[in-house]
Design a protein around this ligand. Structure first.
Ligand SMILES: Cc1ncc(COP(=O)(O)O)c(C=O)c1O
Length: 389
């Protein structure tokens, strides 16, 4: 079986051995030096000033929205645009925190929001913020999206949980908006078993995220920031230990997350290059078959998460499902499909949205594995199997 995810880590055995040795010699396993070190190194890797490490990518999304509310950058009831196809925990925090989510259709040839779908949606129902998902390591004209947001004064955030390492217009995805989120769950570009992060250049957001991550206290702030807050609220250093300055959660990573993150970061460049070259090989499948929609991706690096196939007819998808089952190729629906058609969304929001492309992708699409451990033999096998449809 060619599974979506082959192993927990890249260089699995070496990583597990290193993890065992690290645990045995560590005095502290709760958040500490390894998390700090990872944050510094990942911020450099992502070319951002700040990185805040979380226990999951979903937590990073939740914390980002909470932090922006705490700072007053967005207000209760604000309208927030999001990608028609994304993951549940991109949208759930918007609903949980009293915002109004507005799905934006995506393009069939990129699976992502484009300046056109953004403008169409905005003209019908304007929003203050766009929480864009960079789906599957791909993007449409994200520079055009950024320009449109600037022109209309829309706050741009990126959910980059599926696109670590992708580059468009010579800029890494995750660096187009105020902040971006990442996931380090098994099977993502870099695994820390579970893990997530927010990257930003904004000092205030960095500070607020550290408080939202950890009970609303100030323990993970700089001395200067602590002094300012304690003076403002007239709190002694003794009382500060248990002072909760704003709404928060406990979404902290452990030292294991930090250690694994650092260990896997060393392989990241290599694994991204493999994903890119596998993706380019899989593109031949789309080019040579009239049964599938072509992809039109204009990026400098496509750090593909999994390979999407959109069939022109629903019957072709049904045939692909049967064939892949028979031939031992694991396939799944394209991410979470149309999020606004999911039961959790419809339970709370009864309005219907016009999302023809997203619905087509959901109805006729599926994806199969792209991971750095795929062999050339497996790549050829997948291509020849699906070409026979
Ligand atoms: C686009 C997107 N956002 C958020 C997440 C959540 O990340 P995690 O599984 O680390 O909570 C995922 C997970 O796959 C995702 O694909």
């Amino acid at each position: 079986m060619i599974k979506l995810i082959k192993s927990t880590f890249f260089h699995e055995l070496q990583t597990k051995k290193a993890l065992c040795a690290f645990i045995l010699k560590s005095e502290q396993l709760s958040i500490g030096k390894k998390c700090d070190e990872f944050e510094k190194r990942f911020a450099i890797w992502q070319k951002r000033k700040f990185c805040v490490l979380f226990n999951t990518g979903s937590s990073a999304n939740l914390a980002l929205i909470q932090a922006l509310l705490n700072l007053g950058v967005i207000g209760k009831g604000s309208k927030i645009g999001f990608s028609g196809i994304t993951w549940a925990t991109n949208v759930m925090p918007l609903m949980q925190l009293g915002l109004e989510p507005i799905p934006i259709d995506v393009e069939v040839e990129s699976l992502n929001v484009s300046p056109k779908t953004l403008e169409d949606s905005y003209n019908k129902n304007p929003f203050q913020c766009l929480f864009l998902t960079n789906l599957l390591g791909l993007s449409d004209d994200i520079l055009g999206i950024k320009n449109f947001c600037q022109e209309k004064n829309i706050l741009l955030l990126e959910d980059n949980c599926e696109s670590l390492g992708s580059i468009s217009n010579n800029i890494m995805l995750g660096n187009f908006g105020l902040a971006s989120t990442f996931s380090f769950f098994v099977g993502h570009h870099m695994s820390a078993i579970e893990g997530g992060a927010v990257c930003t250049n904004d000092k205030d957001l960095n500070r607020e995220l550290r408080m939202v991550r950890s009970h609303g206290w100030d323990r993970h702030l700089s001395k200067k920031e602590q002094k300012f807050l304690r003076l403002k609220h007239n709190i002694s250093d003794f009382e500060a230990k248990y002072t909760f300055f704003d709404l928060a959660y406990n979404l902290r990573p452990t030292e294991i997350t930090g250690f694994l993150g650092l260990h896997q970061l060393a392989f990241l460049h290599k694994t991204i290059k493999s994903r890119e070259s596998n993706f380019n090989a899989f593109l031949t499948l789309l080019k040579n078959s009239a049964k599938f929609y072509p992809l039109n991706i204009k990026m400098n690096c496509t750090s593909n998460f999994a390979m999407p196939i959109i069939c022109k007819a629903e019957v072709t998808k049904k045939k692909c499902i049967q064939l892949c089952k028979k031939k031992g190729i694991e396939i799944r629906p394209i991410v979470g499909g149309v999020m606004s058609d999911q039961p959790f969304f419809k339970k709370y929001i009864t309005k219907t949205f016009y999302l023809p492309n997203s619905r087509l992708i959901h109805k006729n699409g599926f994806y199969f594995a792209n991971n750095p451990e795929l062999s050339q033999k497996e790549i050829k096998y997948i291509i020849s199997t699906l070409s026979s449809i």
